[in-house]
Design a protein around this ligand. Structure first.
Ligand SMILES: Cc1ncc(COP(=O)(O)O)c(C=O)c1O
Length: 505
């Protein structure tokens, strides 16, 4: 693995302690990890070692007609070109009189690229709710996108055992412990029916880093990415950071928040390289039926697009809905399809920070090189915990899913009792995404919200209930509420909304 350092001897001459189990560091032969009969990743007809079929100037080489550009996501209202804080603090160190012109004050203090990144609205709402709670306010938070359950015991025990192994105290391969890569290969075959080899897997610091590194590995400056909206707040930022241009394709509650092939085709231009796909969705909880996943995958395959499919909520579906993996339904897409996944949502492991990229070996290798310079290996103890999670059964997630399903029904029926709130029933994840458009411009406790951002502020201040405004997800007029909180808190929180909003208008 390039760029990694795996010390085989203690470097300071001290004893390394009891001989560590080397199982964590050993790989198994690649061939043995391909389950027979499964679609094999990256071996679609015409598969090539090097990735995109694009001319060097970044324009699709052949077969696509030139189009007008679709509007890009949020570009005009990104941070000011100069970005960052006003230049009032002065330099940290003395500047010599002969300082070159390049150091002139006209230069922005924070790089424009990074200054343009918006704070994560979901984390901000959660932090505000937690701060108010810490100050003694009885705030009920619907903002956090994380299960309220503890990580299962057997996973925690595996981490404790790993802590005691000196081998786990060292650098390990940047791309992930071989034993974890094998577990991901086996889990992907078990849960999705997709055959991978360990060379097609990169273990990342959570799904977030997987999303960022996947886009960084796929995009050249100016490449457009179709992003179904409402979108998870991180996608556009990760795309922009990688030099790409997010192009939202909006689906509203009328279509169950599901984009159609016709909409995607209308947004495609000669600059479009990637389609972002996520089902179940954050923030809507929408789940694409298998025939629609297949239709979108076929369209992407036929038009030569790449797909980044985010499967992090794959196990959280309700009422008979399923979330099949796109490259399994459309095997000819596999050579241009990158899957993002992680343990956070399935095993209540948001704080452990383990996710992964699975995809064509060339993209995975490029992303691994990037990670080797950015962060190196994911914390070994967390990786050991992830091995336990992935090689264990799914009974813990079954229990959580039962609780989420119960809460889903409660929150949908309670929200639907509020005049002016339109709440589609989600089929997956643990979010509802009701429209509050009918409540905008109407008095709420003597105050009036003209946007969902103001609505969320009023609700937090008047009812001490935290929700995330739709502005964070590219669709103002809605709010996202996570129902991954205790049943009693959920009922109390929505009850407060009923009392506050019941009198609106
Ligand atoms: C759709 C989606 N993908 C990826 C992630 C990343 O999860 P993590 O970085 O915690 O693994 C999240 C987290 O909220 C998510 O909602």
């Amino acid at each position: 693995m390039p760029g990694t350092e795996v010390p085989s001897e203690p470097r300071d001459g001290r004893s390394a302690g009891p001989a560590p189990s080397q199982e964590m560091l050993r790989g198994t032969p690649v061939a043995g990890s391909i389950a027979p009969g499964l679609p094999v990743y990256g071996t679609a007809p015409g598969a090539r070692d090097s990735a995109p079929e694009r001319a060097p100037d970044g324009v699709r080489a052949a077969g696509s007609r030139p189009r007008d550009r679709a509007p890009a996501c949020g570009d005009p209202e990104r941070g000011s070109p100069d970005g960052g804080a006003p230049d009032t603090m002065g330099p940290m160190t003395a500047v010599s009189p002969s300082e070159p012109a390049a150091q002139s004050p006209a230069r922005s203090r924070v790089s424009r690229r990074v200054a343009a990144i918006a704070e994560s609205a979901t984390l901000a709402v959660d932090a505000k709710a937690k701060a108010l709670k810490a100050a003694g306010k009885p705030v009920i938070g619907f903002g956090a996108g994380e299960p309220d359950f503890p990580t299962p015991d057997y996973v925690v025990e595996a981490a404790v055992a790993a802590c005691r192994q000196p081998a786990m105290h060292r650098y390990t391969p940047a791309g992930g412990l071989p034993v974890l890569k094998e577990a991901i290969v086996a889990k992907t075959a078990r849960d999705s029916g997709l055959a991978l080899t360990p060379a097609q897997v990169l273990v990342t610091n959570g799904g977030k880093q997987a999303v960022y590194e996947a886009f960084a590995a796929m995009l050249d400056p100016g490449d457009e990415v179709l992003v179904p909206a409402p979108y998870w707040t991180t996608y556009p930022e990760a795309i922009r950071l990688a030099g790409g241009v997010p192009v939202p394709v909006v689906a509203d509650e009328e279509s169950g928040y599901l984009v159609s092939v016709a909409q995607l085709e209308a947004a495609r231009t000669e600059r479009t390289k990637v389609l972002l796909f996520v089902s179940p969705s954050n923030p809507t909880g929408a789940v694409y039926p298998p025939d629609q996943v297949e239709a979108i995958g076929r369209w992407a395959a036929e038009t030569g697009l790449w797909v980044l499919t985010d499967e992090i909520y794959e196990h959280l579906t309700y009422g008979g809905a399923t979330a099949p993996s796109m490259p399994v339904l459309v095997p000819e897409l596999a050579d241009r399809c990158v899957v993002v996944n992680g343990v956070a949502k399935t095993y209540a492991m948001t704080g452990w920070r383990v996710g992964w990229i699975a995809g064509p070996a060339d993209v995975v290798k490029a992303a691994t090189n990037l990670q080797s310079h950015a962060t190196s290996n994911v914390a070994n103890v967390s990786q050991a915990a992830a091995v336990a999670a992935l090689t264990g059964d799914l009974s813990a997630v079954d229990e959580m899913r039962t609780a989420f399903d119960r809460r889903r029904k409660t929150i949908v029926s309670m929200l639907r009792e509020i005049p002016g709130v339109a709440c589609p029933e989600p089929q997956g994840a643990f979010y509802v995404y009701p429209s509050v458009k009918a409540l905008l411009g109407r008095p709420i406790n003597g105050r009036t919200a003209s946007s969902s951002a103001e609505f969320a502020e009023i609700v937090l201040e008047e009812a001490e209930v935290a929700v995330v405004p739709g502005e964070a997800f590219g669709t103002p007029g809605y709010v996202r509420m996570s129902y991954a909180l205790g049943d009693d808190d959920l009922a109390e929180g929505v009850g407060r909304l009923q009392r506050l909003l019941g009198s609106a208008g």
